[in-house]
Design a protein around this ligand. Structure first.
Ligand SMILES: [Fe+2]
Ligand SMILES: [Fe+2]
Length: 250
């Protein structure tokens, strides 16, 4: 199993070098500008709770691995309300209203965000508890990259808006260790796998990263296409409807 974990770390190293994360680390841009992709994540972030509840979790776990999966899903199935909370605090929720949100959430700009949920659902379906743990470990490390890149931006924005950002900031990051909640990783790493299993688990890791990469490109495309008039934001501290109107004209 050690090789499977090594593959996850190798994939994670490559993942954190993707252009989205370079963009998020680019200190020549404002923190708000570097988070401009935030609304575009919505379909995946909002469906992630359901992925935990209805795809990863099994009502009657077949083995102790599935029990660990179930325990993990109980932690990870209720983070989306914090995403919505920050959407409002960062002023994104005022950018669209009514059916415009629906068109956006089911439109072309968020296509990869929806496809990601579909791909993960297909990947998880029919897998064993241990395979699901491998998939969770790989997903969690992608989350660790994203939330790690968001954290310094959130800290800066929290100072600007005078409020806590529970999804983007330390609160959520503290709950996302990059690993399956409650699993004993050392014991898992010691597990000896047969050649078939090793090949299959490594393929699962690769599939997770193949699924996530197009999503990051979509997020960056969105951020570039929807810049924010940073001078207005910084002047007023937090977005107002006036600023949102100015953004529409920007
Ligand atoms: Fe998580
Ligand atoms: Fe989370």
């Amino acid at each position: 199993m050690k090789e499977v974990f090594r593959r996850i770390i190798d994939r994670k190293r490559a993942y954190e070098r993707l252009p989205l994360f370079e963009w998020m680390r680019d200190e020549t841009q404002t923190a708000r500008g570097r988070l401009a992709f935030y609304p575009c994540m919505a379909p995946f972030i909002m469906s992630f709770g359901d992925l935990n509840k209805f795809v990863l979790r099994e009502t009657n776990p077949a083995d102790s691995f599935q029990e660990l999966v179930n325990a993990h899903t109980l932690e990870d199935d209720h983070h989306w309300p914090w995403y919505l909370e920050d959407l409002g605090k960062l002023g994104f929720d005022a950018e669209m209203c009514g059916t415009d949100w629906m068109k956006f959430l089911w439109g072309e700009e968020t296509l990869q965000s929806r496809v990601l949920t579909a791909r993960l659902t297909a990947l998880i379906s029919g897998t064993t508890g241990l395979e699901r743990l491998v998939i969770i470990e790989a997903i969690e490390e992608t989350g660790n990259v994203l939330f790690g890149a968001m954290l310094p931006l959130a800290i800066e924005l929290e100072h600007q808006i005078g409020d806590e950002l529970r999804y983007c900031g330390a609160f959520h990051f503290g709950l996302e260790s990059g690993h399956a909640v409650g699993a004993d990783h050392k014991a898992l790493a010691r597990k000896v796998l047969g050649e078939d299993e090793r090949v299959r688990y490594i393929a699962l890791v690769d599939e997770v990263y193949f699924a996530f990469e197009p999503w990051t490109h979509e997020l960056l495309r969105y951020a570039r296409a929807h810049p924010y008039p940073a001078h207005l934001y910084e002047k007023h501290g937090r977005p107002s409807h006036m600023i949102v109107a100015a953004r529409a004209a920007f």
